[in-house]
Design a protein around this ligand. Sequence first.
Ligand SMILES: [Zn+2]
Length: 482
Amino acid sequence: MRRLSLLAVSCLLFSLLAGPHPRSLSLGGALRALHSVASLGPQALSLVPVVTAQQQPKYDLLLRGGRVIDAKNKISAVRDVAIANGKVAAVEVKLNPADALKTVDVTGLYVTPGLVDIHTHNYTGTGERGSYAGDNSLPPDGFTFRVGVTTVADAGCAGWRNFEDFKQRIIDRSKTRILAFINIVGNGMRGGMYENDLNDMEAKPTADMALKYPGLIIGVKTAHYTGPEWAPVERAVEAGTMANIPVMVDFGANKPERPLADLVTKKLRPGDIYTHMYSGLRGELSPSGHVNPGMVEGRKRGVIFDVGHGGGSFLWRVAVPLMKDGFVPDSISTDLHIGSMNTGMKDMLNVMDKFLALGMPLDTVVAQSTWNPAREIKQDGLGHLSVGATADVAVLRLEKGRFGLTDMNGARMDSTQRLMCELTVKDGRIVYDLNGISRPEWRTLPADYGPIGNGRWDGLNPARGTTPGQRGRGGARPDARQ
Ligand SMILES: [Zn+2]
């Protein structure tokens, strides 16, 4: 009888965990349910179906009832999204919550691929002042998951001389997926003295470092050059050609010897990326008040145009006429660093809000923040929700109200809608949950509750022993917080 009871208890616990109302499940609720079954006597216990260890729920996590926007798969409709083993397992009109370990109701929210921000600065921690290989950069995790970003590409903070220091110091220790454009300058963005040193811009060692880390170094960056020469761009393109990766250009000081039109019509290859497209600093807006015709030609050749908002690269008086001319971005990115995090840029969603305010449809804004940038850096496995893809997901709320959005000079545009991030999933596990929509209400839990999430879907408060690959005893323990 004792053995029967134990079997029944474990079966019932399991069926409750996998049952149709996982969102409302709590340990207290499970125990109460067990008690009521036990009070019915042995006959009731024998009715409990026997579930063996093999019958794990098909899905770890089910996001139910949200509006999916997936540009790659041309989906903009209400869909259920199921995740298993860190991958997207199913995207269907209706999926059965009984098949999922955890279901989160996201009705009324937008479900998008995890956002991909291809212009950030993250090589911090060296202690170097006034340097993007130091104090000007930011550790990514505090600026990414809370706005739905799961992947960033550092835009050239490190060159071949210090890339591996960046990797061990930041990339390998962050939860955010950090990819990198390697700077054509061997010393990276350590300041003007380094960034204007033509002798430290060598294609071969740059390409060699990129080839040593394929899929991690996804491009070559040239930036901040103040001289009249084309050499930085030419050597970046040379390195990009050797390593078969795109080049991203911050065109530095505006010099008549190297006009923007020549850059995008002659010097860059199709697939190379011009960032800071709405800065107005290098003739993006022609004197006639329209888009520089060279940029239109460059786009026809296949050159990519990226926002790269930053602290000094986005003006309403440039963006509005260019958008009116139909010169929309291929990708939306932040240029996150200490000079942009609290000024007009703020964060990825705030930059996306600016394009909503400029009249761009939400589906397009999402495409330019997911599938487009992923393609630009040749990361075809990211930025979409195909079955089998990496399960990076952002759950966004579109708020209506009165909002304001400021540019690099502090000029405001009023707007009526704003994106907020409710939930972020990376590699199949919840890594951010603004309002606790994936969590039980605390009074439903036992008085001494510990972490109760399951590590198969929960990256925040998994109970000990529930994370795949994690060894140890199961069950909720107060000291199991990770
Ligand atoms: Zn930048």
